[in-house]
Design a protein around this ligand. Sequence first.
Ligand code: NAD
Length: 263
Amino acid sequence: MLKGKTALVTGSTSGIGLGIAKALAKQGANIVLNGFGDVEGPKAEIAAVAAPGVKVGYHGADMSKASEIADMMAYAAATFGRVDILVNNAGIQHVAKIEDFPIEKWDAIIAINLSSAFHATRLALPAMKAADGGKGWGRIINVASAHGLVGSPEKSAYVAAKHGVVGLTKVTALENATTGVTCNAICPGWVLTPLVQKQVDAKATAQGITNEAATRQLLGEKEPSMQFTTPEELGELAVFFCSPAGNNVRGVAWNMDGGWVAQ
Ligand code: NAD
């Protein structure tokens, strides 16, 4: 379905971003990976599921830096011609009460989780709007969170950034509503990635309980389903947004959260 298209997924060396990259590669899209850490492992995971002919590139831009984001977008255009699908996914977390929240953590979360989506979007839009003989074709998918829709204590920067991402999603969708470029947000509940494993570990240590008990507690506080959402499930939602059926889905914030925000 996505043969000949190119998808750039930020923060895709791990977790949800990698899951989305794999789902898009399975549909035939070339992939530009981004993120820290091992790159060969994620590339091999993508190659194992990708449709024939899919090419995978990588750019290690630090998403807290506007100039490196510009380098990454230029690399993608030079290597693949154009970014057709932009998935703004890179994100970090820090947990502390507002009065104890380290200023540098606040700045980093706002930069990586929110401002990076603005920078990548502003740089991707001109080529998306010019695609398909000027009619435009593009998909911008912002990975927000259930925390883009509701709050939780001790996550001020994250909740502020994710609510900002949902707002940015709506404005991006509206500004391009008469074109073939859509923008939507995905709002996962708990997904067992390194980002959440750290929170499980912290809970287990703080309360002297097992990892299993901490996991049950974490899910029980928020998710009626008592079940993690998986990167594979989120990848399929991204594929839907990229499908022809997604042509007129504009500005939604779609939660996949085991009932978290239905309560
Ligand atoms: P993860 O820690 O597994 O992956 C984060 C990715 O972002 C990694 O590839 C990492 O290298 C990259 N990254 C971090 N800082 C970066 C930077 N400065 N520049 C470039 N890349 C950077 O986390 P995840 O759980 O897969 O999270 C992905 C996204 O999903 C985040 O935006 C997160 O807020 C969101 N999310 C996660 C959950 C969850 O339960 N895991 C729930 C809702 C939303």
